[in-house]
Design a protein around this ligand. Sequence first.
Ligand code: SF4
Length: 198
Amino acid sequence: MLGEVSRRQFLKGAGASVAGSAMGALGFMGVEEAVAASIRPFKLANTTETRNTCPYCSVGCGIIMYSESSKADGKRKIMHIEGDVDHPTNRGTLCPKGAALLDFVNAPTRTKYPMHRAPGAKEFKRVSWEFALDRIAQLMKEDRDRNFVAKNKDGVTVNRWTTTGFLAASATTNETAFATYKVVRSAGMLVFDNQARV
Ligand code: SF4
């Protein structure tokens, strides 16, 4: 709606103006300008806001990621993350894991692409997504061909595949979760979980 001020916008503006207007109300005319001049530029003023969902658990808290172009290489970098006060789930709050998301994003040990450790090798090497997906599919097929159980010892059809597990992600969309579930269960896989245990 035009002219509507969100909780986030309100909180942003309120903090900066309270000090100055309170002094003005006490009769110190001109002090508002002095206070405004002394406040350092808001550190998020020139950043780009992107809304997202915390990836850790099934609570699904809303977050806002602030990014700006790096002076060193021109690439966009996330430099601040906070809870989204407009989000109906968390109303701006975050638990310690969510509050530490910036460290997670910038961690030097964060996995950003597929890695493969060949049989007998000591080191992981970066591989393409094509290689990784083909390799996973091949190994899954070989394992399923060897271990799929169509009927139990009483002759009852069970269609079980218990020797491979699937770890999905709780922060996906409903559509992705639906498609993942169908793939996993239609293959007969029983061991299926994600980080939220839902
Ligand atoms: S901020 Fe904490 S409670 Fe919220 S989704 Fe992330 S891990 Fe879960």
